[in-house]
Design a protein around this ligand. Structure first.
Ligand code: PHE
Length: 468
């Protein structure tokens, strides 16, 4: 097949950095550490690592190779191979459309904290009730969300090489330096609380990396496995058409084997470092009970930790929120780029025009999501047991419902309908050996579809119905 695309990544490094930019986001820096703390520290790390090297590798390889092979975004990639499977492309397209509505809102929250730490001292953010007051206010969250969206849109407007790639080349190395810096700093911390107990960063590191098998039952193990699995999807940005789109921008002479390994390493490395940065810091100042889960970790617990650090806390706070904002931006860019690329294909319109229209639509959608904590507040019980607002509902539909379903269907499509050979050929196009070929074949046909089906049943609440 000929290279039809006019725009694309300049080469392997540009591609790897852009894909890593998509993969590394708030999921790595905020969700991964609290899952690790909740799920037995090192035990979670081991399980996660095993999953990255098997499932993560399989799904990432599939998406990227599908994209490069078909030279299409998700919407057309499936139908160009088997027209009857066009529905899967449409389903896949829905995910970034849904995620776009709320990812910008989280980006807005992060930007607000970044500005607070830069302009003020950040101590206001450590006060009780600060976060809730902020997200429930009517104007401020919308302003910051729109600001974040504007930067995202500007990057996408610039095109694949001059926008997306250039931005990732600029941001990703800096991000790595910042995270290594704060992680090392975290290990040097030490604090004595009122009861005279001294806790150190190195003890915190032990809590993070040493596996805890305490109270481990089969059902708890299954829960950890499922937590790790859904984290993996979200973190690698797979099964949502993003990596298919990015794959379609990769030149034919790029060795995809190596690129996939580098993206896995980057994403997992940053997640690991984020844990090394957050868990010891929270442990030193608030003990193991301080590891809140959900949004409160990043927006309530961490500002308190920074405040407790004294003078250094403000600097660490600035570096931290700048880093999260950049990580969120490169992810949001990939979501918007996927929407734009697909719409350019459907409507045969110019990038600039489509970027503008999607930008405006996203702004409206994001404003509605912001109002979910204000004028449109409600509490809905989700099928997985959680209670949520508008943002959580979007997150639930995209991550817990659509993503496992899409992964399952993609595995069936590649493993059974067209056959793994299609992907294997693409991986070997450059003449390099596809080192994990046997593993890939086994995973895509058997292991992945089974686990995806379990994950789907679990997150839709159907699993518990079967077991009761
Ligand atoms: N992978 C990103 C993260 O870990 C999140 C993301 C989700 C990015 C969906 C793009 C699309 O935060």
């Amino acid at each position: 097949m000929e290279q039809k695309k006019s725009g694309g990544f300049s080469g392997s490094i540009g591609f790897v950095l852009a894909a890593a930019g998509s993969a590394v986001g708030v999921g790595n820096i905020w969700r991964f550490p609290y899952l690790a703390a909740k799920d037995g520290g090192g035990l979670f790390l081991l399980i996660y690592l095993a999953l990255v090297l098997t499932f993560g590798f399989t799904l990432l390889t599939t998406d990227i190779a599908l994209g490069r092979r078909t030279q299409q975004g998700a919407l057309r990639a499936f139908s160009s191979i088997r027209p009857a499977w066009g529905f899967l492309g449409k389903l896949t397209f829905l995910v970034p459309a849904l995620i776009m509505t709320y990812y910008t809102v989280i980006g807005g929250w992060v930007s607000k904290y970044m500005v607070d730490f830069i302009v003020g001292s950040g101590t206001a953010a450590a006060q009780d009730g600060y976060f809730t007051t902020f997200i429930t206010s009517s104007v401020s969250p919308i302003v910051f969300t729109l600001l974040f969206l504007c930067v995202t849109a500007l990057v996408v407007f610039g095109g694949v090489e001059k926008g997306v790639e250039r931005f990732a080349r600029l941001v990703m190395p800096g991000l790595l330096v910042m995270i290594v810096g704060i992680a090392l700093f975290s290990l040097t911390l030490s604090h004595t609380d009122e009861s005279g107990v001294t806790r150190t960063g190195l003890e915190g590191l032990a809590v993070y990396v040493i596996p805890s098998f305490e109270g481990l039952t089969f059902s708890r193990f299954l829960q950890i496995l499922l937590d790790a699995m859904s984290q993996l999807f979200f973190s690698l940005s797979v099964s949502m058409g993003i990596m298919i789109t990015y794959g379609s921008y990769v030149k034919r002479d790029v060795n995809l084997n190596r690129a996939v390994s580098q993206i896995e390493l980057f994403d997992t490395g940053v997640a690991f470092l984020a844990g090394m940065m957050i868990i010891p810091a929270v442990f030193v100042f608030s003990g193991t009970e301080g590891m809140a889960s959900g949004p409160s970790l990043m927006f309530i617990s961490l500002p308190k930790v920074f405040a407790a650090m004294g003078g250094a806390g403000r600097i660490v706070g600035i570096v931290f929120f700048v880093m999260v904002a950049f990580a969120a931006l490169t992810s949001c860019v990939s979501i918007m780029e996927t929407l734009v690329a697909n719409c350019m294909e459907i409507f045969s319109c110019s990038r600039r025009r489509v970027s503008l229209i999607i930008g405006v639509l996203s702004a409206v959608a994001a404003a509605v999501i912001c109002l979910g904590y204000n004028a449109l507040y409600f509490e809905l019980k989700l099928p997985n047991g959680a209670v949520g607002q508008l943002l959580d509902v979007m997150d639930y539909i995209s991550n817990s419902f659509l993503m496992p379903a899409i992964s399952l269907l993609t595995c069936v499509f590649v493993g059974w309908v067209v056959g793994p050979q299609l992907i294997i050929e693409e991986m070997e196009r450059t003449g390099d050996r596809f080192t994990r070929k046997k593993l890939y074949r086994f995973m895509i046909r058997y292991a992945a579809p089974i686990i995806m089906a379990v994950l789907f049943l679990q997150s839709t609440g159907l699993l518990s119905i079967f077991f009761h």
